[in-house]
Design a protein around this ligand. Sequence first.
Ligand code: ADP
Ligand code: MG
Length: 347
Amino acid sequence: MLEDQSPELTPISKLGEFGLIKHLTDKFSFKNSSTEISIGDDAAVINPEGKKVVISTDTLAEGVHFNLGYVPLKHLGYKSVVVNLSDIAAMNAVPTQLLVSLAVSNRFPVEALEEIYYGISLACEKYKVDLIGGDTTSSQTGLVLTITAIGLENSENIVQRNGAKPNDLLVVTGDLGGAYTGLQILEREHSVFLADPNMQPEMEGYDYILERQLKPEARTDIKQILEDLKIKPTSMIDVSDGLASEVLHLSEQSKVGFHVYENKLPLDPLTISTADELNLNPTMCALNGGEDYELLFTISPTDFEKIKNNPDFTIIGHAVDLEQGNFLIASGSNELVKITAQGWKAF
Ligand code: ADP
Ligand code: MG
């Protein structure tokens, strides 16, 4: 569809830059009283209402972070918002505003951008964030989408990566490795399709992991759950590059080591069966796969009782002295395997 534009599709040049921005953004409404001035002026104005302002930005580039051969544009818009909200959630802050910068080549018709903004608007609705600005420019190569997310939070609630102490419990939300196994299925079916466009992709039965890859969610719900349990994590990070990489970040910043128990890793049955089918080790999918967008955090051992039977959380290990290093304790053998970061690398 994108390569040869059919006559029903609208070239960007027909609307022009300003017409395009208006067309894409005028259906967005506002949900946060902290949003004072939004799209249409030279800059947006937010009122932090006495809170700290938490800011994060992420860029997704075609061919590097996504492949339009199998990623629908609507999902791309949605996911690009989610990955940013996940960073705000990892600071234990509430996301409130977004800015979206778009670099597009003229091979994209207006309708393609509408799809992306439709995905963005679905995420804005779900997570109650306001689109307050952005930038639009042309690109000679592929599509590049940069999103900046803003969150507001009382300063005493903000959680950094650096507060873990030896004996703290290491906890993760949800399950791990699903997004990576989902990606492997998408790539397998895409190469089958490229080899023979008459072949129908076989995606049936993989719904959960495909959704984990194509439509991940940010765990903005965890903040309230922890507040209700009267738990403030001592350190926190989101799982974007894989558990191994995130454990090492907490270790480095908190100056502790971690022991992680392989038999405690939360894996969905479909992640395990798909990994087996693809001759992948499910533990490796969790450690090095990435894009799960769950939260990984540490809590004081005195909070154990509050969390131990909670289905939202899995205790996967604990912090030790830095000198003891970062190790996975293998199921069965109890062998100590050094944790190294092979996380996803863009370069
Ligand atoms: P300037 O030329 O001053 O940078 P722009 O023409 O880039 O202004 O933007 C005009 C308004 O539209 C600004 O409020 C800007 O934040 C907003 N905007 C521009 N591009 C986008 C976009 N892709 N998505 C959302 N808002 C945008
Ligand atoms: Mg601009």
